[in-house]
Design a protein around this ligand. Structure first.
Ligand code: PLP
Length: 433
């Protein structure tokens, strides 16, 4: 399989190049030359196919012959060490729980697979690979966990000092080994600027093999399509039309679902559930794409004003009319988000996080517009509610339990290297390695 840039269809690269470069040199995003498709028998027999096997069969189509079957199976089996169950709330709604990974959010699926795939491609090269990531919290911890102990790769996580939550900081700073936390005295934007400058600095690039583990990497989308297929498998026997609601920010997660759909997954409709950052929702109704500055909400991982994967969705569908046939979108504000958390708890005794609440509300809206009996709605729960303890506890008036794997890192010792926000400081630090 070859990959093109969304900004230049004529420049084709291999899977390895697409993964190792992350972003195309023209600023575009890599897409497969042709979205592969499953044979009918694969979908018909889904019930007897394991999550790992789904992962292998899907990834194989994207990796082509650049990774041997044996190696690819190993990558998949080491990446999919946690489940993605659909928990049924009632006869028409289920929750796809994507928070069973090490950092309690769906980004673990992408990070685990990307890390092992990059680890494979870096083997045999003379220089170690150094990954720089700027984070405002969640992406950094998923990436750090994914790359932990991957041979031949060092990860430097730049985070703004005092501006990530206590739990997030522990997730970033307690791993050690090949993961180094750089605590920057500045803002998230400073961290992002420093990383961008490092990638174009000649002296640094001559000495070090630098790369990013950005959310736009195609290697993060591929494993995200596995759990949509695996979720469909879990609800297929209901013989209803399946609709999937995805709490969306940069639109990476829903893009993975749309790709699975193009591969042949018979989902009837995808829902892009947005918070007050509703640029994509507005685009679907007006046909005008008008990015703007993001606003802060309770579902903060969706606070995106110019979703990066919009380019990929546009590439898949071409025109807005085509998108509207397969994607429904609606936005909900913080007030509704809180009501959603309450409703799901009172009605189903299930604690949903603020992102999942936005998804639930959008799904409910879709079902109320359609004949509910004909549909089964899967709402994607992107993070564990314990990550948003304060909002949940003040909304429900009860304490929520923190999962063991999170407790464990809270008790470990923080290790970070404090740097100011000047580029020369970072540069000298990296050159001294
Ligand atoms: C990243 C994230 C999202 C948004 O996903 P996109 O792929 O950016 O649309 C939603 N919920 C949570 C908890 C996240 O971490």
């Amino acid at each position: 399989m070859r990959y093109f840039s969304t900004r230049n269809k004529n420049k084709l690269v291999s899977f390895k190049e697409a993964v190792m470069e992350g972003l195309a040199s023209d600023g575009g995003l890599f897409m497969p030359e042709e979205i592969p498709s499953f044979p009918n028998s694969f979908i018909e027999n889904l019930e007897s196919i394991s999550f790992e096997e789904i992962g292998f069969e899907t990834a194989k189509k994207f990796a082509g012959d650049e990774i041997s079957d044996e190696k690819l199976r190993e990558i998949i089996s080491k990446s999919l060490f946690f489940p993605a169950p659909v928990v049924e709330l009632d006869e028409s709604i289920g929750i796809l729980e994507l928070f069973h990974g090490p950092t309690l959010a769906f980004k673990d699926f992408g990070a685990q697979f990307m890390a092992r795939t990059m680890g494979y491609f870096v083997q045999g090269s003379e220089k170690e690979l150094n990954i720089l990531v700027a984070t405002s919290g969640d992406t950094g911890s998923a990436v750090a966990n994914g790359f932990y102990e991957v041979e031949g790769i060092n990860v430097f996580i730049l985070y703004p000092s005092g501006k990530v939550s206590a739990i997030q900081e522990k997730q970033l700073t307690t791993l050690g080994k090949n993961i180094t936390a750089l605590e920057i005295q500045g803002t998230f934007d400073d961290c992002q600027d420093l990383v961008k400058k490092a990638f174009v600095d000649r002296a640094l690039n001559e000495k070090l093999n630098l790369s990013s583990a950005n959310s736009i990497n195609i290697a993060r989308l591929i494993p995200q399509s596995f759990y949509y297929i695996n979720a469909f498998k879990q609800v297929a026997k209901k013989n209803k039309k399946v609709v999937v609601s995805v709490p969306s920010g940069n639109l990476g997660n829903i893009t993975a679902g749309l790709m699975a759909h193009k591969m042949g997954l018979p989902v009837d409709m995808f829902i892009a559930a947005t918070n007050s950052n509703d640029v994509f929702t507005n685009y679907l109704s007006s046909g005008k794409y008008e990015p703007r500055k993001s606003v802060q909400t309770y579902s903060n991982a969706m606070d995106v004003g110019n979703p990066s994967n919009f380019e990929r969705i546009q590439n898949i569908y071409g025109v807005v009319e085509a998108m509207n046939k397969e994607i429904f979108s609606v936005s909900h504000n913080d007030e509704s988000t809180v009501d959603g958390i309450k409703e799901v708890f009172e009605k189903y005794n299930y604690i949903i996080d603020p992102h999942g609440s936005v998804g639930y509300l959008a799904l409910k809206k879709f079902l109320s517009n359609h004949n509910k009996k004909e549909y089964f709605g899967v709402n994607v729960e992107t993070a564990h509610p314990a990550k948003f303890k304060d909002i949940i506890e003040s909304t429900l008036g009860k304490e929520i339990e923190i999962p063991e794997r999170l407790k464990e890192c809270i008790n470990r010792e923080k290790k970070s290297i404090v740097l100011d926000n000047k580029f020369d400081t970072l540069k000298n630090f990296l050159l001294s390695l």
